[in-house]
Design a binder for this molecule. Structure first.
Ligand code: XIL
Length: 507
């Protein structure tokens, strides 16, 4: 089926939001007044590029008013995380229950959002009765399930993930009751049944690890080509995009999307998140931001990439920690619903010009050590958010350069006082990768948690370091040091956000 289709872009303009400011007032740890200029929502930015920007959501989280406020305003499309899966909608044969899914489609209607239906046929979250049927009865049960569900949601769901995750990693077909009963024909049968029940809905095949070129995406490509050649109603391919910083970015994502587009199919990023091994640190956060940005750029570079859905937008409700023990921090907003650097990266990729979050940190310094020749260095630091959006502190690193001179190459570092609690402050000495006079080592200061509201300061963080052999320093030529004993701007102390220099001058 050739598919010249309407774009499911949902709202194109509408209410601008002061949401970020409102949330900051409500939840900032460190106080300070918030005044944010109105800015375009993610969906408004995406719509300006002919795309939608959406999020998964789930029934248990919808009563969370702060969460629902972001979901309803930033996103133009939603996908139910669980409530349209087979075990929920037909837990016993021919006993259908659409109550939970209806809550999601109602929310979408109230907020002028489109809905991606997820999912009609999948090996997982499948009630046990399906697997217990004699193979000869599986096709009728599958067709009946699709017909009832797609008919129920006609007019409320703009696209269906008709078949989810049909492939193994090597590109062979995954075993499931459907594959066992019908071979790979179950896919064409499912698409035809969905089209008969809702001829208006866009019909997708959806899978993970098909974002880049590789064996699994080759298999999807071969399947899609075959289905189109046979005239089976297929409109698009969904790429889940559950990425992880430790596994690298998918190989040639744009080219891979483009080859599906060249078949005459739409492409959608359907479940984007970027997880990491916890705890988060500046390097992982930087990689995560770049992955979110590159996915967004890849989609925008492919005309038929119709939109991006994140697999929920906040760490508060991520599936990651429950499924990948030890991993998390995968979403655009943190657990307090405050924006993370990845959000700014996505907004930048979508063409936003208005982000005050990045680069809006300033560092104040004072020297708490009157002697330049003793065995300790004692910088006092304060960070101030001069921007209009809250800053997530774990993304921030502050760097103070000094020279170690002769003596032991090992150091001890200390946090003597911080209103944040010294347990929140990380500190270590690192040998400079390109040592310079007065700057062959640096003290790196970071944070394990917390956010800095617009206008707020961390307060004074008193730091101290010494060589493990307690030999003296000569601080007089140290790059970042001044003699000032009260807090002042410190251009020779660098601030990095997500690994990117945002303040100060490196030696
Ligand atoms: C996940 C949900 O987010 C979890 O709440 C549930 O426990 C398991 O499923 N690929 C998919 C989604 O297609 O349906 C999965 O959703 C995540 C992986």
């Amino acid at each position: 089926m050739s598919s010249v289709k309407r774009r499911t872009s949902g709202r194109t303009s509408g209410t601008r939001t002061l949401l970020v400011a409102a949330l900051v007032v409500g939840t900032a740890l460190l106080g300070g007044p918030a005044t944010a200029a109105p800015q375009d929502t993610l969906h408004e930015l995406a719509s300006a590029q002919g795309r939608y920007f959406g999020s998964a959501t789930d029934n248990p989280e919808l009563p969370d008013a702060a969460y629902a406020a972001v979901l309803g305003s930033e996103f133009g499309q939603i996908t139910p995380g669980n409530s349209m899966k087979w075990d929920t909608t037909e837990p016993a044969q021919n006993r259908f229950d659409f109550t939970k899914g209806d809550v999601v489609t109602d929310f979408a209607r109230q907020h002028d959002q489109t809905v991606r239906g997820h999912t009609l046929v999948w090996h997982s979250q499948l009630p046990s009765w399906v697997g217990q049927l004699p193979p000869a009865e599986v096709e009728a049960a599958m067709t009946h399930h699709i017909t009832e569900q797609a008919t129920h949601y006609r007019g409320s769901v703009s696209a269906w993930d008709v078949v989810n995750e049909p492939f193994n990693e090597d590109g062979t077909y995954r075993t499931s009751p459907f594959h066992t009963a019908m071979g790979s024909d179950y896919i064409a049968t499912a698409l035809r049944a969905a089209h008969a029940a809702d001829p208006e809905a866009e019909l997708y095949l959806n899978d993970y690890n098909i974002e880049g070129l590789g064996a699994k995406s080759d298999a999807m490509y071969a399947l899609a080509s075959e289905l189109l050649a046979e005239g089976v109603p297929l409109d698009g391919v969904g790429m889940q995009a559950h990425l992880a910083v430790q596994y690298g970015f998918p190989y040639e994502m744009r080219a891979n999307m483009q080859r599906f587009a060249d078949l005459g199919l739409d492409v959608a990023v359907t479940e984007l998140d970027v997880r990491m091994q916890l705890p988060a640190d500046a390097a992982k956060v930087a990689t995560q931001s770049s992955y979110y940005q590159r996915v967004t750029e890849a989609c925008l570079a492919v005309e038929r990439c119709v939109g991006i859905t994140v697999w929920d937008f906040t760490d508060r409700y991520s599936w990651v920690p429950g499924t990948f023990p030890g991993q998390g921090a995968a979403n655009l907003y943190d657990e307090d619903l405050l924006p993370k650097p990845a959000l700014a990266a996505v907004r930048t990729a979508l063409g936003a010009e208005d982000d005050g979050g990045e680069g809006a940190l300033k560092v104040l310094y004072r020297n708490s050590d009157s002697s330049a020749g003793d065995n300790q260095i004692k910088p006092g630091l304060q960070l101030v958010n001069t921007g209009t959006t809250a800053i997530s502190l774990p993304a921030v690193t502050v760097r103070y350069w000094f020279s170690g001179e002769r003596g032991a190459p090992a150091y001890s570092t200390w946090c003597d006082w911080s209103p944040l609690g010294c347990a929140t402050v990380t500190h270590r000495v690192v040998a400079a990768s390109t040592p310079k006079a007065g700057a062959d080592h640096h003290l790196d200061v970071g944070f394990t948690g917390g956010t800095l509201a617009p206008g707020a300061s961390t307060g004074e963080i008193q730091l101290r370091l010494n060589k493990t052999d307690w030999s003296d320093f000569d601080e007089s030529d140290d790059y970042s040091r001044t003699g000032g004993s009260s807090y002042a701007d410190a251009p020779r102390i660098a601030v990095y956000m997500g690994g990117e220099l945002v303040r100060g001058i490196e030696p």
